[in-house]
Design a protein around this ligand. Structure first.
Ligand code: DQA
Length: 146
Protein backbone atom coordinates (compact mmCIF):
# COMPACT_ATOMS: atom_id res chain seq x y z
CA UNK A 1 0.00 0.00 0.00
CA UNK A 2 1.29 3.47 -0.88
CA UNK A 3 2.56 5.51 2.02
CA UNK A 4 1.00 8.91 2.57
CA UNK A 5 3.17 12.03 2.69
CA UNK A 6 1.83 15.47 3.46
CA UNK A 7 3.68 18.24 1.56
CA UNK A 8 2.98 21.41 3.54
CA UNK A 9 3.71 24.94 2.39
CA UNK A 10 3.70 28.05 4.52
CA UNK A 11 3.02 31.73 3.94
CA UNK A 12 3.49 33.45 0.59
CA UNK A 13 4.35 30.25 -1.23
CA UNK A 14 0.98 30.54 -3.01
CA UNK A 15 2.56 33.57 -4.74
CA UNK A 16 5.42 31.64 -6.36
CA UNK A 17 5.81 32.71 -9.97
CA UNK A 18 4.95 36.33 -9.13
CA UNK A 19 6.93 36.72 -5.91
CA UNK A 20 10.61 37.70 -6.24
CA UNK A 21 11.28 35.49 -9.29
CA UNK A 22 14.99 36.37 -9.09
CA UNK A 23 15.11 34.41 -5.83
CA UNK A 24 12.35 31.84 -6.17
CA UNK A 25 12.17 31.33 -9.95
CA UNK A 26 9.26 31.71 -12.34
CA UNK A 27 7.46 28.45 -11.64
CA UNK A 28 4.23 28.34 -9.65
CA UNK A 29 3.26 26.29 -6.62
CA UNK A 30 0.92 24.43 -8.99
CA UNK A 31 3.95 23.37 -11.05
CA UNK A 32 5.64 22.10 -7.87
CA UNK A 33 2.49 20.27 -6.81
CA UNK A 34 2.31 18.49 -10.16
CA UNK A 35 5.94 17.43 -10.00
CA UNK A 36 5.42 16.15 -6.41
CA UNK A 37 2.49 14.03 -7.59
CA UNK A 38 4.53 12.69 -10.54
CA UNK A 39 7.49 11.79 -8.32
CA UNK A 40 5.15 10.43 -5.64
CA UNK A 41 3.76 7.99 -8.23
CA UNK A 42 7.28 6.84 -9.04
CA UNK A 43 8.29 6.48 -5.39
CA UNK A 44 5.04 4.84 -4.26
CA UNK A 45 4.03 7.82 -2.13
CA UNK A 46 0.50 9.23 -1.97
CA UNK A 47 0.99 12.99 -1.87
CA UNK A 48 -1.36 15.30 0.04
CA UNK A 49 -0.19 18.77 -1.03
CA UNK A 50 -1.36 21.86 0.89
CA UNK A 51 -0.53 25.56 1.41
CA UNK A 52 -1.61 28.03 4.08
CA UNK A 53 -0.67 31.56 5.04
CA UNK A 54 -1.75 30.84 8.64
CA UNK A 55 0.51 29.43 11.34
CA UNK A 56 -2.28 27.69 13.27
CA UNK A 57 -3.54 25.94 10.15
CA UNK A 58 -0.05 24.54 9.59
CA UNK A 59 -0.05 23.33 13.23
CA UNK A 60 -3.44 21.65 12.63
CA UNK A 61 -2.12 19.96 9.50
CA UNK A 62 1.01 18.69 11.28
CA UNK A 63 -1.20 17.20 14.01
CA UNK A 64 -3.43 15.65 11.33
CA UNK A 65 -0.34 14.23 9.60
CA UNK A 66 0.69 12.66 12.91
CA UNK A 67 -2.56 10.67 12.83
CA UNK A 68 -2.96 9.97 9.11
CA UNK A 69 0.38 10.20 7.34
CA UNK A 70 3.69 8.36 7.24
CA UNK A 71 5.84 11.47 6.75
CA UNK A 72 5.84 15.20 6.06
CA UNK A 73 7.85 17.45 3.75
CA UNK A 74 7.42 21.05 4.84
CA UNK A 75 8.50 24.40 3.48
CA UNK A 76 7.46 26.55 6.43
CA UNK A 77 8.34 29.81 4.61
CA UNK A 78 9.00 32.69 6.99
CA UNK A 79 7.52 30.74 9.92
CA UNK A 80 10.73 28.68 9.81
CA UNK A 81 12.49 31.59 11.42
CA UNK A 82 9.91 32.48 14.07
CA UNK A 83 7.57 29.66 14.96
CA UNK A 84 7.93 27.85 18.26
CA UNK A 85 4.40 26.54 17.53
CA UNK A 86 5.64 24.68 14.44
CA UNK A 87 8.68 23.45 16.38
CA UNK A 88 6.42 22.06 19.13
CA UNK A 89 3.95 20.54 16.65
CA UNK A 90 6.75 18.65 14.89
CA UNK A 91 8.16 17.46 18.22
CA UNK A 92 4.76 16.15 19.19
CA UNK A 93 4.30 13.85 16.18
CA UNK A 94 5.98 10.54 15.70
CA UNK A 95 6.65 10.57 11.95
CA UNK A 96 9.66 11.94 10.02
CA UNK A 97 9.43 15.58 8.98
CA UNK A 98 11.83 16.89 6.32
CA UNK A 99 12.24 20.68 6.19
CA UNK A 100 12.95 22.20 2.79
CA UNK A 101 13.62 25.60 1.28
CA UNK A 102 13.77 26.75 -2.32
CA UNK A 103 16.46 29.36 -1.64
CA UNK A 104 19.71 28.99 0.27
CA UNK A 105 18.58 30.71 3.47
CA UNK A 106 22.19 30.82 4.72
CA UNK A 107 23.24 32.94 1.76
CA UNK A 108 20.53 35.52 2.49
CA UNK A 109 19.69 37.99 5.28
CA UNK A 110 20.87 37.17 8.82
CA UNK A 111 17.29 36.73 10.05
CA UNK A 112 16.88 33.77 7.71
CA UNK A 113 19.93 31.94 9.07
CA UNK A 114 18.06 30.45 12.03
CA UNK A 115 15.28 27.91 11.67
CA UNK A 116 13.09 26.89 14.60
CA UNK A 117 12.11 23.83 12.60
CA UNK A 118 15.56 22.42 11.77
CA UNK A 119 16.35 21.07 15.28
CA UNK A 120 13.23 18.88 15.18
CA UNK A 121 13.41 17.89 11.51
CA UNK A 122 14.65 14.49 10.35
CA UNK A 123 16.77 16.45 7.87
CA UNK A 124 16.87 19.71 5.95
CA UNK A 125 17.13 20.40 2.21
CA UNK A 126 18.06 23.94 1.28
CA UNK A 127 18.70 25.92 -1.86
CA UNK A 128 17.89 23.68 -4.83
CA UNK A 129 14.90 25.64 -6.11
CA UNK A 130 11.85 23.50 -6.96
CA UNK A 131 14.15 20.46 -6.95
CA UNK A 132 14.28 20.82 -3.13
CA UNK A 133 10.79 19.29 -3.08
CA UNK A 134 11.93 16.29 -5.16
CA UNK A 135 14.96 15.78 -2.93
CA UNK A 136 12.80 15.98 0.21
CA UNK A 137 10.42 13.33 -1.19
CA UNK A 138 13.34 11.06 -2.13
CA UNK A 139 14.79 11.47 1.35
CA UNK A 140 11.45 10.63 2.95
CA UNK A 141 11.00 7.59 0.70
CA UNK A 142 14.40 6.32 1.86
CA UNK A 143 13.66 7.00 5.53
CA UNK A 144 10.32 5.20 5.24
CA UNK A 145 11.91 2.20 3.51
CA UNK A 146 14.63 1.78 6.11
C1 DQA B 1 11.73 30.04 1.93
C2 DQA B 1 12.79 30.87 2.65
C3 DQA B 1 12.18 31.73 3.73
O1 DQA B 1 13.17 32.52 4.35
C4 DQA B 1 11.14 32.66 3.14
O2 DQA B 1 10.51 33.41 4.16
C5 DQA B 1 10.15 31.95 2.30
C6 DQA B 1 10.61 30.91 1.40
C7 DQA B 1 12.33 29.25 0.75
O3 DQA B 1 11.68 28.31 0.31
O4 DQA B 1 13.39 29.59 0.25
O5 DQA B 1 8.97 32.27 2.30
O6 DQA B 1 11.20 29.09 2.86
Amino acid sequence: MARTVFVLNGPNLNALGIREPGIYGGGTLGDIEKSCHDLGNTLGLKIDFRQSNHEGVLVDWLQEAGEKADGVAINPGAYSHTSIALHDAIRSIDIPVVELHLSNIHAREDFRHTSMVSPVAAGVIIGFGPNSYDLALRALAQILES
